[in-house]
Design a protein around this ligand. Sequence first.
Ligand code: G1P
Length: 296
Amino acid sequence: MITKAVIPIAGLGSRLLPATKAIPKEMFPVVDKPMIQYVVEEAANAGIKEVVLVTHPSKNSVENHFDTMYELESQLESRHKSDLLKEVQLIQELGVKIISVRQSKAQGLGHAISCARPVIGDNDFCILLPDVLINPHLCNSKIDNIAAMISRFEFEKSSQIMLEPVPREKVHQYGIASVKEQEPIKSGNFSIIERLIEKPSPEDTPSNLAVVGRYVMSKSIWGFLEKLEPGVGGEIQLTDAIDALLATEKVEGYHIVGKSHDCGNHLNWLQTNIEFGLCSNKIGLSLKNWLKNLTF
Ligand code: G1P
């Protein structure tokens, strides 16, 4: 059973500057909750019981968000604001233990993941990148992508990487996979990954299937992460470790149902807010009416 997940949050969020100068990007709100809460909820809904945050000294507010706030809670209680109190307490009710480890140097995603090894130990585990939101409950969709990946991992005993097609001119922003079989590729299907390459140029890319921030990893990845030399950008790349794993174990691509919501730059973060806002029970209708009447 997979019950552990790693969420690397040590990055400085430079693509969201100047807003990220003093506030971690993971704490940026999407409608009414910080981004990180959606990601932890996604993990919890898929059965994860322990989340390891690989963090940085500037990110204490993320840990605080998952802690109890006695003053706030007793104030809400004494003022009979029970709805708000319930929402604030929802995080504790997820039943997920949050553990933090520090990444001492910014040496890339692969390095960040290896910092979690002492806590994850000899277990298979999930990785969820915090600037990608995948909301199974958005507009009543019932598909839980990460849960589907975990069940497949448990059945096939092979690592699972979430894939989504991106426009060719954007492949240089992602890890890109080439896959065997299954044409045309359908949402919810799995295919065998033949090769993974980090941030290829549009001319050299083997496909337009991008890795979109969700992984279910066999514990064998630890050995490959350990031996890795710096790759693209002089950083230790998780993509390179998975590409090396392919030589010894089957790794499958899971073709996302629905779509991922990137929040890693200003435009995408705003778009995600609008999309999630339109699906919100609280503000969806008012937002829709406001958008309809917006004049340019
Ligand atoms: C990271 C990974 C990349 C993946 C992307 C998804 O890149 O290295 O393989 O496709 O996340 O968001 P980053 O966005 O940190 O440059």
